[in-house]
Design a protein around this ligand. Structure first.
Ligand code: FAD
Length: 577
């Protein structure tokens, strides 16, 4: 390879210009840089048989969100005198073709832990190696390298959050590549006829946009993520009240949590320090020191990259060392982050930032376990998953999916999921519990599939991890603790405003009945123009009976798992059905 060469940057999830080590490496010493995104039929091919518009794996909201993120990425490239090249087809075939066509000698892409990408990337790497193409694939979608955590934990992933924190909190992490904000890029060469065009719309991909109000209010793209963050941070009351795991799942005008998840999914907006910079306390010494150093780039470079921390640490050391004794310790990544947060939280941010970091570490936790657990996304062959004889009742599953369970809280949650592609964490808890161990006793994999398709933050590791958790199949085992589909939502929203918004058929139901409309006398139902069983379904199960039965069956399954030490067969499960 000569000193100057052609590079291809293959975008998948990290759809951002800034704080992107793969892109930075691709740009370095390259004569031409081809930034590429491949529209993969595996995720994007329209599926007319799917239960809602979209492909078999992704609903239309998810697809639209991705395309919006691509438009934003392309706009960022245009500002740097380049373009995003959007190609279509099976990624391996497409890449092989263009690696040759453009005479590429350096291929860069972000490391991905999803099994689909692990398999694809192996193929791509092996092709590149035979073709003499250099591959650079750094870990930048997560703060930690899951493989490194697993190795430090003796070869197995930590299976509790606490044990994860313990490993992650150890100092002496290998440093991640330096990451800077790029101010210019090598030009793209000659990509060929018609290859540089505006990013396709959903219609161009073969989907029909309907006028139906099914659109998520969350727009894709790094710029939008940053705009949302600024707006949130300007809301002092919201900032002051941010609390997890509490928080009102029925708040929809201003969600109780950050709604960072869709952006973290595709952009990995490592956002914590943008929180700090926009905080009400931004005139504080530390915030201002941080801002002084990062300057306006914090707005565009909200990274927690090692580079930023290292330089920040050095700067603090040189200026105010006596005030920051902890900085003398050998700290990297989490350790540094954690200590910084403690300091900040004492003097500046109460516990907000710490709480957010702790939330983000759940993401890291699930990524690590998912990466280190074969068959993580299924019950069979998954060594950390309890074997449970779930039922398979398609009618019940469809009633849950289509917001027709007759329990307004559950149904309204599912309408929000379908329309917005997002719902509050506790709303996710409620519907997941209801489908599985709470009321319906249906397989968590069925619920996982629906979430995977409809969530705009749909994420393989996190989604599977949380379904395992909520169904008491792994991580969490207190199956006697069931969310009531009636009283849980009422606690937050006694008037039922959330239900009235997402289920307008119940908008005139008096608040006494809004969570249990089947108990409303006929005259009230008539007055509310909502006859139960006609305009809105009767409950598909009796919560009281169903939840007791679920507890009993889970108790039995747990006994069996204990007796057979996890080696439960299909035959054993059949006997419990
Ligand atoms: P905030 O509370 O503001 O938290 C900030 C960030 O911390 C989130 O964006 C997320 O990256 C991380 N985080 C918070 N809680 C969790 C958690 N329990 N697990 C992992 N990371 C967390 N989240 C996804 O991003 N993708 C999914 O596919 C997904 N599927 C889920 C399925 C079920 C059944 C459940 C119960 C939860 C699921 N979650 C998923 C986790 C969580 O509900 C969302 O991350 C969160 O609600 C997103 O909103 P937020 O960004 O406002 O969260």
């Amino acid at each position: 390879m000569g000193s100057r060469s052609n590079a291809l940057m293959w975008f998948r999830k990290g759809l951002r210009i800034h704080d992107n080590p793969a892109l930075e490496y691709a740009a370095k010493n390259s004569e031409h840089l081809y930034p590429v995104f491949v529209i993969d039929p595996h995720y994007m091919e329209p599926d007319p048989a799917a239960f809602s518009p979209g492909s078999s794996r992704a609903g239309l909201n998810r697809i639209r969100f991705l395309l919006e993120s691509l438009v934003d990425l392309d706009a960022s490239f245009k500002k740097l005198g380049s373009r995003l090249i959007v190609l279509k087809g099976e990624p391996f075939q497409v890449l092989m073709h263009y690696l040759k066509e453009w005479d590429i000698s350096k291929l860069c892409f972000e490391f991905d832990t999803d099994p689909y990408y692990l398999a694809l990337d192996d193929k791509v790497k092996s092709y590149a190696s035979t073709a003499g193409i250099e591959v650079f694939s750094p870990v930048s979608h997560t703060l930690f390298n899951p493989a490194e955590i697993i190795q430090k934990n003796g070869g197995r992933p930590p299976l509790t959050y606490q044990s994860f924190i313990k490993v992650a909190g150890q100092p002496s992490w290998s440093s991640t590549p330096l990451s800077i904000s790029l101010s210019c890029l090598p030009p793209i060469g000659n990509p060929g006829h018609d290859l540089v065009a505006e990013v396709a719309s959903v219609n161009d991909l073969g989907y029909e946009e309907t006028e139906e109000d099914e659109r998520t209010p969350f727009k894709g793209g790094e710029s939008e993520a940053l705009r949302r963050l600024k707006e949130s941070m300007a809301n002092k009351e919201w900032v002051a009240n941010f609390e997890k795991p509490k928080g009102d799942p029925s708040a929809f005008l201003k969600p109780a949590t950050t709604v960072l998840s869709p952006y973290l999914k595709v952009i990995q907006l490592k956002s914590l320090f943008s929180f700090i910079s926009f905080m009400k306390y931004s005139d504080d010494l530390i915030s201002s020191l941080f801002l002084d150093y990062i300057g306006s780039s914090v707005v565009f470079h909200p990274g927690i990259s090692t580079c930023v921390f290292r330089k920040f640490k050095e700067m603090l050391k040189s200026i105010h060392l006596h005030q920051f004794p902890f900085l003398d310790r050998s700290m990297r990544q989490f350790h540094m982050l954690f200590q910084m947060t403690l300091l900040l939280s004492d003097t500046v941010l109460n516990w907000l930032v710490l709480k957010l970091i702790l939330q983000l570490l759940w993401r890291e936790f699930f990524y690590t376990v998912a990466f280190g657990t074969p068959n993580f996304d299924r019950m069979q062959g998954n060594r950390i998953c309890k074997q449970i004889p779930w039922d398979n009742n398609n009618d019940l599953i469809a009633s849950w999916r289509d917001s027709k369970t007759g329990f307004p809280w559950i149904d309204a949650n599912m309408v929000q999921l379908r329309k917005w592609g997002w719902m509050h964490h506790l709303a996710r808890h409620c519907v997941a519990c209801f489908l599985t161990r709470g009321d319906m006793f249906q397989h968590w994999e069925k619920g996982r599939d629906v979430f995977e398709r409809l969530l705009i933050d749909s994420d393989w590791a996190i989604n599977n991890g949380n379904w395992l958790w909520l169904s008491c199949s792994s991580f969490f085992y207190q199956y006697n603790r069931i969310y009531s589909p009636i009283s849980f939502g009422k606690k937050y929203d006694p008037n039922g405003n959330y239900i009235r918004h997402f289920l307008p058929v119940l908008k005139d139901m008096p608040k006494e009945y809004i969570y249990e409309p089947w108990t409303a006398p006929p005259s009230i139902q008539r007055k509310a123009k909502c006859i139960i069983g006609v305009d809105y379904p009767k409950p598909v199960v009796s919560h009281e009976t169903a939840s007791k039965e679920c507890r009993r069956r889970l108790g039995e399954a747990y006994e069996l798992n204990k007796k057979l030490n996890g080696a439960v067969t299909d035959e054993d499960l059949k006997k419990l059905r």
